[in-house]
Structure formats: C-alpha cells, structure tokens
Design a protein around this ligand. Structure first.
Ligand code: SF4
Ligand code: SF4
Length: 73
C-alpha cells in the first residue's frame, strides 16, 4: 500500500544510482526520467509537480538510490 504525502518528494542520490530505469517504469505518474546530463547519463526528478511522495520508486530501487525528502525544506 502506498501513501500520498504531498509534503514529500522523491530525490535520486546520484552516487548510488545505476540508471537502470526501474523507477521510471514503476512510477505511474512519469515523474522520473533518465537522460544525458553534462555528458553522462543521469536519472532525476523531471516533473516534481507530479510527484505524490508515494515512495513506490524508493521501495523498488535495487540500489536504494531514492530517498523521500521534504518538499518545502
Ligand atoms: S531504480 Fe534506482 S538505480 Fe535504477 S534508475 Fe532508478 S534510482 Fe537509479
Ligand atoms: S514518490 Fe511516487 S510519484 Fe514520486 S517519483 Fe516516486 S513513484 Fe513517482
């Protein structure tokens, strides 16, 4: 069961991420994307307005590379 926490938002921890794109397939709201950034591949939150803070991406990331952070910190 996944919750909606509008005060939280997903954040990809760059050092841990392997760009496997599993989180992109998991997130129904198409928040995340993988693309070339400054000459190297990176996965990041592309649509922060769409993230519900449900935590599904973090739960299924095999590298534990997604954390939920305070949206308004
Ligand atoms: S599932 Fe984890 S390791 Fe894979 S692209 Fe997403 S954040 Fe990176
Ligand atoms: S927390 Fe939920 S809505 Fe936000 S990116 Fe992850 S799976 Fe998508």
């Amino acid at each position: 069961m996944f919750w909606k926490r509008k005060d939280l938002i997903a954040n990809v921890i760059e050092d841990k991420c392997q760009n496997c794109e599993h989180c992109i397939r998991i997130c129904r709201r198409r928040v995340l994307m993988t693309s070339m950034v400054n000459g190297k591949m990176a996965t990041f939150v592309n649509r922060p307005d769409k993230c519900t803070g449900c935590g599904k991406c973090a739960m299924f990331c095999p590298e534990k590379a997604i954390e939920l952070i305070e949206r308004y910190a």
